[in-house]
Design a protein around this ligand. Sequence first.
Ligand code: GLN
Length: 249
Amino acid sequence: MCRHLAYLGEPVPLADLLLNPGHSLLCQSWAPRDMRGGGTVNADGFGIGWYTGSSAEPALLRRAVPMWTDTALPRLATEVSSGGVLAAVRSATVGMPVVETAAAPFARGPWLFSHNGVVRGWPSSVVPLASTLPVESLLTMDAPTDSALLWALLRHRLDAGDKPADAVSSLVLAVEAAAPGSRLNLLLTDGHTVVGTAWTHALWVRRSPEGVAVASEPYDDHPSWREVPDRHLVVTTSSTVDITPIGEP
Ligand code: GLN
C-alpha cells in the first residue's frame, strides 16, 4: 500500500519532511516498514502538493517514476519551504495504470487528496456509487483508478456543501458498505486543516512545537508520534489534533 503524509505548521523545507528524516517518505518508497495487503516497495510514482502563501491553490508535482530516481527533487526540496504539505509515494494496485495522473495527491481548487489502500471488488463493487456522480465527473477523472474515483466522490460531497470531516467519514462508510474490506486511509487538506482516516491501515500523528504531521509511518523517532486507532478520523490544524471514531454519533 502506498505511503502518504500531511504537514501543517511553521514553513519548513520540503526536504526536512520528505527526504532528510531517518525514515523519510523517500526511505518509505524503497524500504517501508508497514506494508499491508500486498506490495513491497512504493516505486510506481510519487506526488507532492504544497501551499506557498501566495495562493490558496497548492503547487503540485507528480511523477510516474520512483521518488529516488528524480534527480531534480533533492535541490528543489531544499529550496522550497512550505507550512502546508501533502505528499505520497505509490505502489499501484494490480491492474491499475502506472501514470503520473494516478499518483496522489489529487488536486482541485484549494484541496489536496490522497488515498492509501484499495477498493475491494474494483470496479464493479462501486458502480452503484459511481453512477450517482455527474457524467462530467467521471469523464474528467485523473485516472481510471480506485483512488481517482474516491476523489471524484469526495469532491461531489464537498461541492454539495458537506463539511470536510463529514464528507470524508460518509465516503468511507459508503465505500465500505459497497465494497466491504476495502482499505481506506484518506488524507484531505486545504492547507489549514487536515482530515485523515485510519481504515484497516496504519496512520500516525505527531505534534511538535513547529506543527502537526499525519503519516502512514512515523518518519522519525520524535517521542510524540501517536497511532490513530483503526476506524477513526483525525482532524488536525497546525496546533490541534482531534481523533474520533468513524460512524458513531
Ligand atoms: N489503489 C491505489 C492505486 O493503485 C492506491 C494504492 C496503494 O495504496 N498502494 O493507486
